[in-house]
Write a protein that binds this ligand. Structure first.
Ligand code: DHB
Length: 403
């Protein structure tokens, strides 16, 4: 690859590998501070737009998207959720976020956050190359790191940067640039996965319903008045094609069954997939002139929808640190990134794991385990500390206190 002739050489302070929400939000934040970037992604814009991801934006992240001029659409097309239902023992129990912590979350899909960010970049004249191939990063331990790639039109590009950010997701190539003997990877695998699907149906509930049942977990989420998003616990070996609409709905109905009148409204399934389910952190998040952000550095299981929020938090800190580093403080400023980002990463790892273990039924679970989970859920919804804990974690620990 290194031998291929280069058609275009660009000099820019920050090269961003990975133009999903983390990479594009970083580019947007840096642009507002007068710092130019070039962002690249191996996926086409269309591919990213149709890949279904989570749909919950925490309070601070939503405020940032609005205030930084990325999305006022969130206010028009998104839905403010002032609480969430935990469903167990055949009944729904609402946790009122506003009553507990004075915050809400926003139901606004990650695909829309991405569209808003990509539109904002295009509007502001930012450079983003989608659909690139043969990406290589060299010189990441020097002060002149280089990113080379072949653009979608076949031209070969070289970006000479001062810093390179790896926001290239859970299959990151950037994180592997940290030598194996210099990095630690913390992993946790789970003996289950999520089956996610979209369907054409009206809403079954105004807010999310996280359901615990002896048959396993289910989640009723929404997209619009006529399109709904739902998930249920499945085996990691399951294939989406093995699930007919009838089987999907029978599984969902069994998991939300109860005697409180809750009705799950069915409709044709229009999209379905099995989601990977794991906890992962790689440290350090910085290697020389390379900085990792979002899923490239950490992955959470989807329960609680922390992934996007965490990535947006990383790049908030990172943008600040990079502006300081480029603005005269130099490399010393970079030392502030990991400690500031990592605290929230491990909090989110704990919350995602906690929600997961409380709501899922692992294969071979003992009756004891299921009853203990019901005890835990009872503690969460029927004690003040429990309700506040869930509300504070779910709406995203505010940057303003104790953070
Ligand atoms: C959604 C996904 C999640 O993982 C979650 O915890 C809540 C909502 C969603 O896609 O709407």
């Amino acid at each position: 690859m290194a031998e291929q002739p280069v058609d275009t050489v660009t000099e820019v302070p920050v090269a961003i590998v990975g133009a999903g929400p983390a990479g594009l939000m970083l580019a947007h934040r840096l642009a507002r501070a007068g710092v130019d970037t070039v962002a690249i992604d191996i996926r086409s814009r269309e591919e990213i737009e149709i890949t279904q991801r989570a749909g919950i934006i925490e309070a601070d992240a939503a405020r940032d998207l609005i205030e930084l001029g990325v999305s006022d659409r969130i206010l028009r097309d998104g839905f403010e959720h002032e609480g969430v239902d935990l469903r167990f023992g055949g009944r729904s129990h609402r946790i009122d976020f506003q009553a507990q912590v004075g915050e809400s979350v926003w139901l606004y899909p990650q695909t829309d956050v991405f569209i808003d960010l990509a539109d904002a970049r295009a509007r502001d004249g930012g450079t983003v190359h989608f659909g690139v191939r043969d990406t290589e990063v060299v010189g990441e331990t020097t002060e002149r790191p280089i990113v080379r790639f072949t653009a979608a039109d076949g031209t070969r590009h070289e970006i000479r940067a001062r810093y390179v950010v790896g926001s290239d997701g859970s299959r990151s190539i950037c994180r592997n640039l940290v030598p194996a003997d210099q990095r630690t990877q913390f992993f946790r695998e789970y003996p289950f996965a999520w089956f996610g699907f979209l369907c054409d149906a009206p809403k079954s509930a105004p807010e999310l319903v996280y359901a615990h049942s002896e048959h396993g977990f289910a989640l009723v989420s929404q997209r619009t008045e006529s399109v709904q998003r739902m998930y249920f616990q499945c085996s990691p070996d399951d294939s989406a094609d093995a699930w007919s609409d009838d089987r999907i709905w029978a599984t969902m109905q069994a998991r939300v069954a109860g005697d409180d009148g809750f009705q799950l409204v069915e409709g044709p399934v229009t999209e379905k997939s099995v989601l990977i389910f794991r906890s992962f952190v790689q440290q350090p998040m910085r290697w020389g002139s390379l900085l990792l952000a979002g899923d490239a550095a950490h992955t959470v299981p989807p329960t609680g929808a922390r992934g996007l929020n965490l990535a947006l938090h990383d790049v908030k800190i990172l943008a600040d640190v990079l502006v300081r580093a480029l603005g005269g403080e130099g490399e010393a400023a970079l030392a502030d990134y990991e400690p500031a980002a990592l605290g929230r990463v491990w909090r989110a790892q704990n919350f995602s794991w906690w929600m997961t273990q409380m709501l899922h039924t692992p294969p071979g679970a003992l009756d004891f385990d299921v009853r203990r989970q019901l005890g835990e859920l009872d503690n969460v919804v029927n004690t003040r500390a429990g309700r506040t804990y869930l509300a504070e974690q779910y709406t995203g620990w505010p940057a303003r206190s104790g953070d």
